[in-house]
Design a protein around this ligand. Structure first.
Ligand code: MG
Length: 159
């Protein structure tokens, strides 16, 4: 049977941080605040996969109260999510993501984000979609206060 999952995440901009999106260090004068590397795109995608597995969310799996995840590389966590899916008999078939950021321009980094997350999930690159949009200067994204990401994941539950 096919299972669908959805994920959503937001992180606020912060001075003196790297901007990591889909495992890519995006050149930017600011990064995102967070306990881990604050990779908002990877977080949304992990939640989509966990959602399809009905396995809770990354907050439950990798609590931000646990010092083990301080500064954590979110793609390492994504590998663990993919392992968990395989252990439970799921196959990740297809995922798609949207990142909303007013700045910086993300299109030049899209293919590297796809490649990084495909490798972490153990799926072909063409099974991972990444799209970027601005919000036409509207809302918290438009005011450049933070970045939001959404993702969907389609999994075969092996039953
Ligand atoms: Mg997050």
């Amino acid at each position: 049977m096919l299972r669908i999952g959805h994920g959503f995440d937001v992180h606020a901009f912060a001075e003196g941080r790297r901007l990591v999106l889909g495992g890519v260090d995006v050149p930017c004068e600011r990064g995102l605040a967070g306990h881990s590397d604050a990779d908002v795109l990877a977080h949304a995608l992990m939640d989509a996969v966990l959602g399809a597995m009905r396995a809770g969310d990354i907050g439950g799996l990798f609590p931000d109260t646990d010092p083990a995840y301080e500064g954590a590389d979110s793609l390492v966590l994504m590998r663990r999510v993919a392992e968990l899916a395989r252990e439970r008999g799921y196959r990740i078939l297809d995922v798609d993501c949207t990142v909303a950021a007013q700045a910086p321009k993300l299109a030049p980094h899209r293919d590297q984000m796809r490649a990084n997350m495909a490798a972490a999930l153990g799926v072909p690159v063409d099974a991972v979609g990444v799209k970027a949009t601005t919000t036409e200067r509207l809302g918290f994204v438009g005011r450049e206060e933070g970045i939001a990401a959404w993702a969907v994941a389609l999994l075969d539950d092996g039953r």
